[in-house]
Design a protein around this ligand. Structure first.
Ligand SMILES: *Cc1c(COP(=O)(O)O)cnc(C)c1O
Length: 395
């Protein structure tokens, strides 16, 4: 498993669990809850951390380890720990390293469940937070830092608003104030953006999305410095959000094609976004690599391509947004994203229906906002489906 001389695309394919005595080419599924010891002495040494090896699949498993090794290499980080879902990863990336009395400065534009962890769960354990609008400049972010602040947490691009935070600026701020910098890199994937290169100490992912890429399994991972991931591993070994071997096996296999798939997701998304901008019944199109995106320059600076998600504001508000979805024939209505199949959702009437109008506005969710996770189908078929649905629902 030579690591150093290879490009990330190659590492995603060639990092592999040691071959067994059967000389298999593809990594087998290690569907086992535990591992056997040669003798009592080996058993003692493994438990004492004097010898490297698997003990029990809540701690580690060859399939999980292969996925972790690949993700750490792709993100350019020292170590990783895989979890059962993206939310288990996000939670562990905070709970493993924060304590009662600590404070987190977080971007306001966060995935709903991450928002919930900071707003509803962490305060019960004495961990407080201050939200900052993602596009704010350094002085506003810096002003939110308190004497007990320990972490900056952000998601970029954000789900579903596609707001960016300036990774260079936050990386410098974290270093200046000696804070942990933690980034949810789910929308970009390690192929499009590496927060570690901008000073992030922890990077979390929902592997359920583009990393699986075919809507099959849940999974998550935290990668980062050896020291911090060591804390995440210890926390997860005790609390138990281990990834299932089967899910890790799927996700490691999926990484072999991540770069190929992301190129197509991104080119399809850019083509759809560009086409949507020509429609008079679309009030606004949001895609990081469109020149009209308010943070386009920043996107070009920190992302290699714009990602696979486009949002647009359909003229006619909530009613027309919902009607538009009902007239899609090929594109699926589903809560997932990052699938080979294109998926559309209407956040204002679903994921964010419980928020007030003002709260939705604050995170960029307008009434007619439609989120499209652009899949790998032929771009002409994607555009034709959107066009027909828009024409059917002319306001
Ligand atoms: C989906 C998602 C998560 C949560 O991941 P799960 O695998 O569903 O637990 C976290 N962050 C972002 C940005 C997401 O899109």
């Amino acid at each position: 498993m030579a690591k150093k001389p290879f490009h990330p695309d190659t590492l995603a394919i060639r990092i592999q669990t040691d071959r067994s005595q059967h000389r298999e080419h593809a990594t087998p599924l290690f569907n086992t809850s535990s591992f056997v010891f040669n003798d009592a002495e080996q058993m003692r040494a493994l438990f004492a951390d004097e010898e490297d090896g698997h003990i029990y699949s809540r701690y580690s498993n060859p399939n999980g380890k292969e996925f972790e090794d690949k993700m750490a290499a792709l993100e350019g980080m020292e170590d990783g720990f895989a979890t059962a879902s993206g939310m288990a990863a996000v939670f562990a990336s905070m709970a493993a390293v924060l304590s009662h009395g600590d404070h987190v400065v977080a971007s306001r534009a966060l995935f709903g469940a991450s928002h919930s962890i900071l707003t509803n769960i962490m305060p019960r354990f004495g961990i407080s937070h201050t939200y900052v609008d993602p596009a704010e400049g350094e002085s506003v972010w810096e002003a939110a830092i308190q004497p007990n602040t320990k972490m900056i947490f952000a998601e970029t691009p954000s789900n579903p608003g596609l707001a960016l935070v300036d990774l260079t600026m936050l990386g410098k701020l974290a270093s200046k104030h000696d804070l942990m910098f933690n980034v949810d890199n789910c929308f970009a994937t390690p192929y499009l953006q590496n927060p570690g290169a901008f000073g992030a100490h922890l990077v979390s992912h929902s592997a359920t999305k583009f990393i699986d890429g075919q809507g099959r399994v849940l999974g998550g991972i935290v990668v980062g410095s050896a020291e911090l991931v060591g804390k995440v591993r210890a926390f997860c070994r005790a609390t138990g959000p281990a990834i299932a071997p089967f899910n890790a096996w799927i996700l490691s296999k999926s990484l072999e094609t991540l770069h190929v798939r992301m190129d197509r997701h991104c080119s399809n998304a850019l083509a759809l976004a560009t086409w949507l901008e020509t429609r008079s019944d679309i009030l606004r199109v949001n895609y990081p690599f469109l020149p009209s995106h308010p943070q386009h320059d920043l996107a070009k600076k920190q992302m290699r391509q714009g990602g696979g998600v486009v949002t647009c504001e359909v003229a006619g508000g909530i009613a027309r947004g919902r009607e538009f979805l009902n007239h899609l024939e090929m594109i699926s209505l589903s809560a997932n994203l990052g699938d080979s199949r294109s998926i559309a959702t209407h956040p204002a009437s679903t994921t964010h229906a419980k928020l007030s109008e003002e709260q939705r506005q604050a995170v960029g969710i307008t009434p007619g906002l439609v989120r499209i996770s652009v899949g790998l189908e032929h771009i002409s078929d994607i555009i034709a489906d959107v066009e027909a649905a828009l024409d059917h629902t002319k306001s």
